[in-house]
Design a protein around this ligand. Sequence first.
Ligand code: SIN
Ligand code: FE
Length: 291
Amino acid sequence: MLQTFSTQKWDETFSSSTQQQAICNLERGQILYFPQLAFALSPEERNLLSPIYADPHSKNISYQPDNNKLWGVQHLSDEQHLQLKLMLDRFCNQALDFIHALFPQYAQYLVLGRTSFRPVQISKRQTSYRKDDRRLHVDAFPSAPNQGKRILRVFCNINPHGEDRVWRIGEPFEQVAHRFIPNIHKPFPGSAVCLRFLKITKSYRTLYDHYMLCLHNQMKADESYQKKAQQCEVRFPAGSTWIVQTDQVSHAAMEGQYTVEQTVHLPPHAMQDESRSPLRILEKILKQPLV
Ligand code: SIN
Ligand code: FE
C-alpha cells in the first residue's frame, strides 16, 4: 500500500532504479510516502496556520500558480495575502521539481494544476455527503472535467501541533469499478453540451468524466459500502509528505488539520503502463471509448 522513502530534501536526485520502482508502484495504485520530507515554514508563515483565514463557503484555500491568484480566503491583511501566496508558490515549485526528479518520463507531459492549503479540521467539517471527503471515494469534480487525464497529488502535513492526517484507503480501482459501473446510467443525450453552454462545467464533460463523477457520488452515497468495503487506516504524521493518484486510489480523509497539496495532471499515454489508468479500465469494462 505504501512505498516508503528516506528522502529528506526537496532537491533530492534519485537513481534510475528508484525512479523505476516509484513509477511502477505509483501506477499500481500505491502511495509514495516520505516520512522525513517536511515543508518548512517561516515564523510569519506559521502565523497563517488558522482556520479563520478560510472562507467557510470554499472547501480549501486555493492558489493558481500560473496566474498567481489566491481564493477561498478571508480576513487576511494585504501583507498576509502576499505571504500566503509566496508560501504556496514555494510549495508548488518544490513539489513540481520533486515530481520531475522522481518521474522524469512524465516531465514533458505534466499539466500544472492548483495548489491548495487546507487549514480546517476535517473531522469537524459539516458538508453534504457528496462533498464529504470522510467517505471513501475516488476524485472526480463536477465542474472540472479532466477528460481522462490523471490526477497526481503531492500532500504535506504541516500541522504545527504534531497531529497526524488520518486517511482510510479502500480497495483497488478495478474492484471499485466492477462493483459500481454496471449500475451507472449513460448521460442524457446532449447533457454535456448543455452543461458546457451554461458554464456549469469548465470544459466538455466527456463520458469518462460522467462515469467517474457517478462513481465518486455512488461510492459516497453507499453507507453499507463505506462500512464493509475492504479498507485500512493510514496515518501521515506532521512533517511527512505523500504522493498519490487520487483518481485511482480509493481514499477518505478522516482527521487532520493544516496540509498543503499540489495537483498535477498527466495524460494516460504518458504513463509507463496506460492500461492501469482509470480511463482504460473503465473503457475495458464498458467496451467503448470514453473520451
Ligand atoms: C481528499 O482528496 O479526499 C482529501 C484529502 C485530504 O485533504 O487529506
Ligand atoms: Fe479526494
